[in-house]
Ligand binder design. Sequence first.
Ligand SMILES: Cc1ncc(COP(=O)(O)O)c(C=O)c1O
Length: 398
Amino acid sequence: MNKDKALLGSIDSESNDRINQFIKILRKVCNHRVLNLHEPFFSGNETKYLEECVSTNFVSSVGKFVSKFEEMLSELTGAKHVIATVNGTSALHLSLLCLGIRSKDEVLLPTLTFVGSANSIRYCNAIPHFCDISEDDLNLDLDKLRDHLKFTAEKHHVHSINKYTNKRIAAIMPVHVFGQPVDMETLLSIASEYKLTIVEDAAESLGSFLNKKHTGTFGEIGCLSFNGNKIVTTGGGGAILTNDDMLAKQIRHMSTTAKIVHPWELSHDEIGYNYRMPNINAALGCAQLELFSNLLENKRNLHMKYKKELDGIPWLRLISENKESISNYWLNTVIVKNNEDCFQKRLIETCHKEKIFLRPSWKPLHLLPMFQSCPKSELNTASFLRKKIINLPSSAFL
Ligand SMILES: Cc1ncc(COP(=O)(O)O)c(C=O)c1O
């Protein structure tokens, strides 16, 4: 009993030393009193463009900034077509619908992602099918995905069927988690083998590239988010990227309530969605994109500062890009290794008291009540890492 107490005491004091060391490093790297996880950085024409919208009354669905924003995104990402939407979730929803994802279809996705990824699948009455993540970059584990499909999927001429549920496995939604690019070359070959449509969730990865190709441009469609916590914000907003002319036309039509273009007549030819980004949001986005290379450089510099301080520490691992990729380092992320069960929780609690607002990653989606009965592969890595992942303050001005 006494021996156990002594052991617990030594683990406790080791943990405290580690937490103090960690706080010191964060203060040194970031040099700010209050450290939020990710704040916007406005340093260009944001106010000027917003004032222009207000003074000209072009604040809603008509105005020059929306198409300008789409053109700027097209140039940055290399996507032939860009359709700006009210947020990233609506971009994913509309993409799945226009790609023909229907009721009871299964869509593969990682269990470690924002809830919006899986919600967008449910909005189509389709079914999320959760897959495990890789310890290296926290993205989909593609070896495990291949094994899972070998075991679960029956290949047919135009699609694959889940042998156990008898449902069509129609699509896959890779997520470039925290800005780290998924190995899309490998994923493309798996998708082609099993006839899966790809909708890339690139909500977090504007400015991240794999082999010089922008994330979100490998699959049929890619979706971005411009929520207030992203590298570029429009307040709330999203965008759909595609190189397919017909698809782009259909998505644009459906995002504007399926309204038939006419100077005064108000007529609609199917049930569409009011998902078009308003001009006032796009104005903010245009100003942000004008300074995008600075934002990206700042974020990559912040990662290098974290790397310099954290690399030699044996009890944690900072996730960095690999040779083929460029990451926007949307959220710098560490994985802690510690004997104490509640170490991650204690570290976060202590940091919050110090006004350092770190965050654990999302709870894996297969554990949420509304997704518990969804099909899934073995999810050991996500379950294990859940209590080890910590996102660090990553605002571009740090
Ligand atoms: C991975 C991921 N997917 C989807 C979304 C949804 O984007 P939004 O919040 O703009 O609806 C987000 C962002 O919030 C995200 O991080």
